[in-house]
Design a protein around this ligand. Sequence first.
Ligand code: HEC
Length: 411
Amino acid sequence: MLVRIALCGLFFTVAAHAQDKSPRGDAQWMLERITGVKWPANSPAIDDMANRIQSGDRVGAAEIAVSKPQFLNVTVKQMALKLSTREETVSADFNDFVAAFMGVTRDQTDARELLTGNFYYRGQTTVSNALIPDILMSNNHYLELNKLADIGAALQRVDGQVVATSPTATAANPDPAGVLTSRAFLSAHAVAGTNRRMIEYTFREFMCAKIENFADTNAPENRIGRDISRSPGGDPQKFQTSCKGCHTQMDGFRGAFAKWDFSPTQNVASYVGLSTGNFAPLLAQNNLVVSKLNRDRQPNIFIEFPTGYVTSNDSWVNNSNHGTNALRFGWTGSNVAGGSGARTFGDLIAKSNRFSTCMAKHVWDSVCKYNLPEAEAEILYVSLGMKFAGDNQFKLRELFKTVAAHPKCRM
Ligand code: HEC
């Protein structure tokens, strides 16, 4: 009986707290959602935020919360961790991709540079801080940084991405594309495979679009590689109705990464014509791109369709610009039809309307933590995305404030 009463009492307390929509209750909710940690009810920040909420300034209240170190160290970090690897989990190791996300948020630069910029973030540590062994050939530096209490404060921006061209030399990255050419993203998606995953995951993380949902069998097939059978299992119809849909999309874009590889044995990213010795990627027979784009240094079994597209440079075409995909992605900018290399591809993605919408969705998920009905959610993400691109000037910190202050964010 006693236990039962105690349980009832506990339930009552929790329920009362969850529904406390007074300015103080609201302030505590907002502070905890933005910082990702619990705060005692008597924290001074809650008083300050409650005062602003009371006077109708919810965005001003959110400003107090994003000024806390936990905003970067917990909330932004966890959001970025999920985008940085194939497993899409917060339990991924801290890495250069996540550091860049935190840095760009802290420094309030234009978030589109996450896909186009020539920079990276590293931190102040006295151990594991050597460029080639600890940053380019391993993740040691970021693991060390992750031990600091306030990583967000320790991050320093470095302008100019670099590639380790041998165990003792580096060169300027000739094709920097923000976090797309970070070690974490390349090691997750440019290792082995055919570099199609670089495209698949750029769309997953920055366009919130899964390949099966934007597959388009009506798009041109002239960029589809030789390794894709046009008659799988002897059935040409299957190619037309299935394989073609995804491969028109990925194969059109993947030339953007035709010069990039990630070596699992050397544990390093490499670039055609720059990296030497053990660090040099396996080149295609034309010596112009990595072999896996054409699969011509591997057993012939991979060449299923000899007259398929042969890659000889890093040009790409946008085959996601037909029918409903044109509407879905909302392309703008100077690379809508196509371009060359990773940076122009990143520019295409960053300048699409869908990028802003997707960033709004990620922030919604990380702060509001519930799903609205799909149709309503789509409209809301679009309007938050427009605010991000407009008033918020592409500043992620501002987007977090906008989303947390939105009347729908708290259920
Ligand atoms: C739902 C989208 C989708 C469809 C449909 C699809 N593919 Fe793919 N395909 C992919 C993705 C994504 C990759 C890259 C996978 C990776 O590297 O992790 C890929 C990679 C490949 C590869 C290279 C695999 C390797 O060794 O790295 C081949 C070959 C291939 N697909 C053939 C086909 C054929 C044949 C069909 C039709 C029967 C088909 N695909 C249908 C999405 C698709």
